[in-house]
Design a protein around this ligand. Structure first.
Ligand SMILES: Cc1cc2nc3c(=O)[nH]c(=O)nc-3n(C[C@H](O)[C@H](O)[C@H](O)COP(=O)(O)OP(=O)(O)OC[C@H]3O[C@@H](n4cnc5c(N)ncnc54)[C@H](O)[C@@H]3O)c2cc1C
Length: 585
């Protein structure tokens, strides 16, 4: 738990927190970080950020005021000294300033040095919003994400450089890469950057299907179209965690939330509704706001329900514990033939296929319900390039949620594989280790527990399909608010409309206008757009939630300090002339 609780409760009850975030994945992290960012990138340009952080760092050390005969636009030197003396109370702070750093040019806003400063300042900030994070995957940020990347041996992200969770700077990951000299950790996303189509040409082409690999991104944005290595992205997230002081031991609790209730509490809050969040072990937490950042939830999509026996011979890709499965491992060791089926159509399925072949499986049979689709990203390129605002404007101004749902479906268009993995799969096919079957489903199955193999029939039939040793279902997760156990009570007490499981929440991402349960990530798709389920959604969602949170919690610390006013003045916020009133003579 971090920060001061807002209410002191009776001794028998814990305090009421300001915010409980359920889910410590990218979306949860983006919200927690955004709530501690004073100068979000949505409000400040990169130049303003640079100026702001440079001033923060050097105020009182540079002769700013003296150089202008004692006054600089009415801001007196002593204001900056006061600000500096607040920071100077920490010995770490003053010792971290070297004369070299004072005279060095302003660095990018997300520089390593400014990160350290913020972290130190935030740690002292006892007026912050009290926050607790609950996560069923672990007690660290991004545990589910890290586990998925480890299990599938994913070396790089699929998304470009501006998909990240840093609230401060859209180009933050690029800056971090340069500052830490990690350019070697970038992989160029080739084939999508080039001359962008004009609006006229786009309109003409709209009726035609988008050819794979067609260039959609303007040349000047080339720097964005690299994807970070898994390690670089993890380190960047780590730097965000420490910058905002989100690494205190009590910040995240490892537990599964299975009930959320919003009501008056006779002892704790008889006159104002609060949230009671109950975990699987019966522990209760209380808060004024809840943010649900649970990704797609925990319901796996399987083409058929597996019996107890069948579970020995198959699993969902999110449930892979050892790879390959023990029976396949033994056979490979004994140099026996092995056959594995992978069902799916997205990148995860291709990654499982590749991993199985690299680990020595004789042949993989890759079955997909629809066509074999190749795309750079989960989203169509027109949602990423220069004209993405055109698409987003159309999305936000759509008349109905049904229309929005259709736009989401069209933009995502089911699972797809990247050109890089297409190439890898082609190589496996050339070596007769892989057989790909688009538009094919399993229509009959028989699992023999003693031989631990399957006899499968497919539609259309695959000639000579041998007995199968193991089936992997990389068939995704179902995000349906009506089915999520932790929302059962909210659905009952505050019913809302849904479209194919996606909730019709407010534009502020709230459950209802008077129910401050915020939903971000995939569950916010009908408001955030097709990128909601990706890292882009994490940043967009956090931004909207932070705006609304100000209103719900009420602004804290309304009495501004001189330093805050001065900072605002330099950043072009508020009334600059108000400062003149304070100037002596
Ligand atoms: C293998 C893989 C690779 C991907 N690569 C990319 C990529 O490169 N770029 C990109 O933009 N997107 C990628 N994605 C999509 C990715 O899932 C999202 O970008 C991102 O994980 C969404 O973050 P999230 O916080 O919404 O969800 P998650 O990462 O799923 O985090 C949700 C968290 O909530 C917790 N939780 C769920 N239910 C409960 C509960 N009842 N109680 C407590 N805790 C709960 C979970 O344990 C989890 O830790 C990838 C997805 C996968 C599966």
């Amino acid at each position: 738990m971090v920060g001061k609780p807002t209410t002191t409760a009776t001794p028998s009850f814990p305090d009421i927190l300001d915010v409980i975030i359920v889910g410590a994945g990218p979306c949860g992290l983006a919200v927690a970080a955004r709530l501690r960012e004073e100068t979000p990138s949505a409000m400040f340009t990169d130049d303003e950020h640079q100026r702001y952080h440079w001033i923060n760092k050097h105020s009182g050390r540079m002769a700013l005021v003296q150089a202008h005969q004692g006054k600089l636009k009415g801001v007196k030197a002593d204001k900056w000294q006061r600000y500096d003396s607040r920071r100077g109370s920490s010995s770490t702070s003053s010792s971290s300033y070297s004369s070299a750093s004072a005279s060095s040019p302003p660095s990018l806003s997300s520089s390593v040095s400014s990160d350290q400063e913020i972290s130190m300042e935030e740690g002292d900030d006892s007026d912050g919003i009290s926050t607790l994070v609950l996560d069923s995957s672990g007690d660290q940020w991004m545990e589910r994400w890290n586990k998925a990347f480890r299990t599938l041996e994913i070396e790089q992200l699929r998304s470009p450089m501006f998909f990240h969770v840093d609230p401060r700077d859209r180009d933050g990951m690029l800056a971090y890469t340069q500052e830490s000299s990690r350019e070697k950790d970038l992989w160029e996303i080739s084939g999508c950057v080039g001359k962008e189509l004009s609006k006229h040409k786009k309109k003409k082409q709209r009726s035609r299907a988008q050819a794979v690999g067609e260039v959609e991104i303007d040349e000047r944005d080339r720097k964005d179209y690299f994807s970070p290595s898994t390690g670089l992205f993890a380190d960047y997230c780590g730097s965000i965690v420490s910058r905002y002081g989100l690494d205190s031991p009590e910040m995240i609790r490892n537990c599964e939330v299975n009930d959320i209730c919003y009501d008056y509490h006779p002892e704790l809050s008889p006159s104002e509704k609060i949230f009671t969040v109950t975990t699987a072990d019966g522990t209760r937490f209380y808060s004024r706001v809840v943010v649900l950042a649970i990704g797609p939830g925990r319901t796996k999509i399987l083409p058929f329900k597996l019996s107890g026996d069948e579970e020995q011979g198959a699993c969902h890709s999110t449930e892979i514990r050892t790879f390959p499965s023990p029976n396949v491992k033994v056979k490979i060791k004994q140099r026996q033939e092995t056959n594995v089926v992978v069902v799916g159509g997205g990148l995860s399925s291709a990654q499982v296929v590749d991993m199985a072949i690299r680990r020595g499986v004789t042949k993989v049979w890759f079955l997909m319900r629809s066509d074999f689709k190749v795309k750079h990203f989960d989203l169509a390129l027109n949602w990423m390039g220069k004209f993405k605002n055109f698409e987003k404007a159309a999305f936000w101004s759509a008349d109905t949620d049904e229309e929005r749902l259709e736009m989401i479906k069209a933009a995502r268009n089911g699972g797809s594989i990247t050109p890089r993995y297409q190439k890898i799969l082609k190589q496996h096919m050339a070596c007769h280790r892989l057989s790909i079957h688009p538009r094919t489903v399993i229509c009959g199955r028989e699992y023999c527990a003693s031989s631990r193999t399957w006899r499968l029939t497919t539609d259309p039939p695959i000639p000579d399909l041998p007995r199968i040793d193991y089936i992997y279902f990389a068939t995704g997760m179902q995000a349906d608010v009506n089915e999520l156990p932790l929302l059962r009570r909210m659905n009952h007490d505050y019913p809302i409309e849904t479209k194919q499981g996606l909730p019709c929440i407010t534009d502020d991402l709230m459950w209802q206008s008077h129910v401050p349960l915020f939903l971000t990530g995939r569950l916010g798709s009908l408001r955030l757009g097709p990128g909601a389920a990706n890292l882009e959604g994490a940043r967009l969602g956090a931004e909207r939630i932070a705006w609304a949170m100000d209103e719900v919690l009420g602004r804290k610390g309304s009495e501004e300090t001189g330093s805050e006013r001065s900072k605002q003045c330099f950043c072009g916020l508020g009334n600059r002339y108000a400062e003149l009133a304070d100037v002596d003579g």
